[in-house]
Design a protein around this ligand. Structure first.
Ligand code: SAH
Length: 259
């Protein structure tokens, strides 16, 4: 099954855009996902082909018309289409890696890109659009938000990412921000690489990475850290048991280093 993305936009030429490059571009040419970017304006009804109108109640800007957007959505909907219908919107539920995973496991998505002040509320209700936000800031249109969402989804599709493991330890997948990375050269502007990483001791390296990830998360993202701690209550480990016997502790069991 190929992940089928249908985009409804006033700027179909923005697609695939960056999604035509690198991982997602190769996956697109290998038909691991498909893209259909459709022009909302094709469903305009007047001779000016207008898609928007002034807001009811007055005020600045223009609003995308419900009837025209609904016609565009209906025309893009296949018979027995089970794909979620998303509306990129700063009022939406903030996108998470969990939602990205769900989308990647599904048949695809119909994604509506807003412009101007947004879209008429009635089409959101009548077509049961799921509003999705990519963060607490305002873009000029939904296209870049849709590209962001698709980029996150596509890299998770089967066969797209070469090294599957690198997806599983990344930030958010474990509930923690990721540990720091190092590569050659061994010394950069007098800065070395933490010794443990060159020790060849894989168990110790894994422990170090987890402890760095915990410290980083606690320091930068108290929200994620609280959720992680709630899901991982500290277990009595050999270390904590030996500490109970009075031996000095080398590393905390579930407390991060101060960062
Ligand atoms: N007046 C609206 C903002 C409209 S911005 C408000 O205050 O809520 C125009 C369009 O850009 C929106 O319809 C939406 O499709 C897109 N957009 C802007 N910011 C976004 C964000 N943070 N996440 C997802 N889409 C966004």
């Amino acid at each position: 099954m190929t992940f089928a993305a249908t985009i409804l936009t006033l700027y179909p030429d923005m697609f695939p855009g960056p999604l035509g490059q690198s991982l997602s571009g190769r996956a697109l040419s290998e038909a691991k996902w498909s893209l259909d970017a459709r022009q909302i304006r094709d469903h305009a009804t007047n001779r000016h082909r207008s898609v928007d109108d002034t807001p009811a109640g007055g005020g600045a800007g223009m609003v995308l018309r419900a009837d025209i957007l609904a016609a565009a959505i209906d025309a893009a909907t296949l018979p027995e289409d089970t794909r979620p219908r998303l509306l990129m919107s700063p009022r939406g539920k903030p996108l998470t890696q969990e939602r990205v995973r769900q989308l990647a496991a599904g048949p695809g998505a119909i994604i509506v890109c807003g412009r101007f002040e947004g879209v008429d509320q009635r089409v959101i209700e009548a077509r049961a659009l799921e509003e999705v936000s990519i963060g607490d800031y305002i873009l000029s249109g939904g296209e870049i938000a849709a590209i962001t969402l698709l980029d996150a989804v596509i890299r998770l599709l089967p066969g797209v990412m070469g090294n599957q493991e690198s997806g599983e330890t990344e930030s958010f997948e474990t509930g923690l921000l990721e540990h720091p990375h190092y590569t050659r050269p061994a010394t950069f502007e007098e800065r070395g690489i933490p010794e443990i990483l060159t020790s060849g001791n894989h168990k110790k390296i894994a422990e170090w990475r987890l402890s760095e990830a915990m410290a980083l998360t606690a320091a930068r993202r108290p929200d994620l850290w609280a959720a992680y701690e709630a899901a991982h209550p500290p277990k009595p480990t050999r270390r904590t048991r030996s500490r109970a016997k009075g031996e000095p502790e080398t590393k905390p069991a579930n407390a991060p280093d101060s960062a």
